[in-house]
Design a binder for this molecule. Structure first.
Ligand SMILES: [Zn+2]
Ligand SMILES: [Zn+2]
Length: 279
């Protein structure tokens, strides 16, 4: 099974591999730079070399590593300058992924800021097309959202309608987040619910498009449209459902990455331990 966590690059980017190995991860996710600013320092050559060497000697498959876009870009933004700045930031991110040898970059679909979904979809398709034209070696993964106000991409049909407009198709994939799906109204509490929800995903989008699964429990109730991750099994989804999700992902050989909180209750070690038990 390929399972791991979002790990810190604090200190230097190669520390991410140390952090992943310390947690016995067989998959991991990073931000390639601070997610909370527009500006990113260039990658340091020595750190990049060290990152790649450490990954090479580890047993972690390169195709179980993924980077996540920073938080500020909004690829659906109706504001021309914000949209351009967002696309430019994402172009820099795919280049950073290529330099690091990371095959996937997860992107949120952003907020249309009240201008309607149809316009946002056009802006997204433009943005993603420009990004993949700029860099051939990285696959962009669209992540489903929790359905917060004005957000794009919470229901599978809408995600599919965007996804299937993107060309070339092989340059794109999906990252499915269990907390976001549950918050968007897709039940995952019982084994039967998980099967129903994932069958729906398979019908509308297709498992072959799913490259990474974000395994998170949810602080909010089914359909709450709130994006708040909870420790594995301690949220409103619970152990039964998450266990079934893990088993299906393992069958389909889809890498699992946890983005669970770190607090007094539990840290990554505890959540990974729990996830491995549920497998
Ligand atoms: Zn996620
Ligand atoms: Zn989230």
């Amino acid at each position: 099974m390929q399972i791991g966590a979002h790990v810190s690059i604090s200190g230097s980017i190669d520390k991410a591999v140390d952090n992943a190995l310390e947690r016995e991860c067989t998959a991991f996710q990073i931000f390639t730079r601070s997610p909370r600013s527009w500006h990113a320092k260039d990658l340091n050559d020595i750190e990049v070399k060290s990152f790649k060497e450490k990954l090479q000697v580890s047993k972690i498959d390169r195709f179980a590593t993924v980077a996540h876009m920073p938080y500020l870009p909004n690829l659906s933004s109706p504001d021309k300058s914000t949209h351009k700045k967002s696309v430019d930031t994402m172009i820099k991110e795919v280049k950073r992924c290529r330099i690091l040898g990371i095959p996937y970059l997860v992107a949120h679909l952003g907020s249309h800021m009240g201008t309607g979904e149809d316009n946002a979809v056009k802006r997204l398709v433009d943005a993603f097309t420009t990004v993949v034209d700029s860099e051939k070696d990285v696959i962009v993964l669209l992540e489903n959202t929790a359905g917060q106000k004005n957000s794009v991409g919470s229901d599978f049909e809408q995600l599919a309608s965007i996804f299937f407009q993107l060309k070339p198709a092989k340059r794109f994939g999906i990252c499915l987040d269990t907390c976001h799906a549950f918050a968007a109204g897709y039940d995952l509490r019982e084994e039967g619910d998980v099967i129903k929800t994932l069958d729906k995903f398979d019908d509308v989008i297709g498992f072959e498009r799913l490259k990474i699964l974000h395994l998170n429990d949810s602080k909010g109730e089914l359909g709450c449209n709130v994006d708040r991750h909870e420790h594995i099994g301690l949220g409103k989804i619970g152990e039964k459902g998450l266990s079934k999700v893990i088993k299906i992902m393992n069958e389909k050989k889809i890498p699992i990455v946890l983005e669970t909180p770190i607090d007094d209750k539990r840290d990554d070690f505890g959540n990974l331990k729990k996830a491995r038990e549920l497998a």
